[in-house]
Write a protein of this length. Structure first.
Length: 318
């Protein structure tokens, strides 16, 4: 150990105190000794002394030194200051309830986590969109998310025939059609006739009854659970899915009015053939590749944020 004392308030001097044990350690290292002597000579030189006293009295040097300290502090501590994304219990409950109403059942733990993860992804993309200069407005949040997703994965090449065949084989269960229904539908904005059900079940022409003008709303084909919920709401969808005959049922009340429904066909899930997917399989392939790119970029973006999720393990909305 070589303690060096620099006295800056008077002509610079350096005092070296080398113990006997230190001398023994340094005896075999002449290069180290010569280097140390050279450094000491420079520090004791008049040129260094004059330069030091000039620098000591220069205000700009003081400002530069303070700036260096601030920069060092920012480098050490500022990088750990990340934006917070918080998912509180109320938000989590809303997400869970929204998803469970669509599925008409309580969510599994994996589905609950997926709902929260999707919200976090959207929040990350919205904040990154603002950094990219996209319009900053809560009213167009979904548009901002879409813009960021396109920004990340908007330039994917077209797949080859073999890639499409491989993709179809690997994901065939994903393409199984859901269970669906064919429906006849009569709708009244206001109060329906009291004998409506008995009248149509007796053979009255339902196409001339009610307030619907669009034939596609009177005769609905291949309506799966998701579309049932979207058309009539979760409560009516649940009731419709329990109908076991081909007779008219109702009225089912929704915010729109009163509905009467007859199931004319039940379509069980089935697997498609490769040839039957020609008009949509390429879109599915591109969507899957986009998802891979988006997942990878979102994982990188998340490093910029501290994500806090309140515990939702004791429940889950129905």
């Amino acid at each position: 150990m070589l303690p060096v004392q620099i006295l800056l308030d008077r002509p610079l001097s350096i005092e070296l105190s080398v113990s006997a044990s230190s001398r023994l350690r340094l005896a075999g290292n002449s290069l180290y000794q010569h280097t140390l002597v050279g450094i000491v000579s420079i520090l004791n030189s008049g040129i260094f002394m004059r330069a030091w006293h000039m620098i000591r009295r220069e205000p700009l040097v003081h400002f530069a030194f303070l700036a260096l300290l601030l920069f060092a502090g920012q480098a050490l501590f500022g990088s750990n200051t990340r934006e917070i994304i918080s998912v509180d219990r109320a938000t989590a409950d809303f997400l869970i309830k929204q998803r469970s109403e669509l599925l008409l059942r309580k969510l599994t733990q994996e589905e609950t986590q997926a709902s929260i993860d999707n919200f976090i992804e959207e929040e990350v993309l919205v904040r990154e969109a603002r950094k990219q200069g996209f319009a900053n407005s809560s009213q167009i949040r979904r548009l901002m998310v879409q813009n960021m997703r396109f920004f990340i994965a908007g330039d994917i090449r077209q797949p080859s025939e073999q890639e499409l065949r491989d993709f179809f084989t690997a994901n065939i269960q994903r393409f199984k059609s859901p269970r669906s229904f064919d429906l006849d539908h009569v709708y009244f904005k206001g109060e329906p006739p009291a004998d409506m059900v008995s009248k149509v079940n007796a053979g009255a022409d339902h196409s001339k009854l009610g307030d619907l003008r669009d034939l596609r709303e009177r005769r609905m084909l291949s309506i799966d659970q998701r579309r049932l919920v979207g058309l009539f709401g979760g409560k009516i969808a649940k009731k419709v899915m329990t109908i076991g005959d081909d007779r008219w049922h109702g009225p089912f009340q929704s915010p729109r009015g009163n509905h009467f429904i007859r199931i004319t066909g039940r379509n069980e899930p089935e697997l498609p053939t490769y040839e039957s997917t020609s008009h949509w399989l390429e879109t599915e392939w591109i969507s899957a590749k986009s998802r891979e790119l988006i997942d990878r970029e979102v994982a990188k973006f998340k490093r910029n944020y501290q994500i806090i999720v309140e515990d939702t393990s004791d429940g889950g909305a129905q």
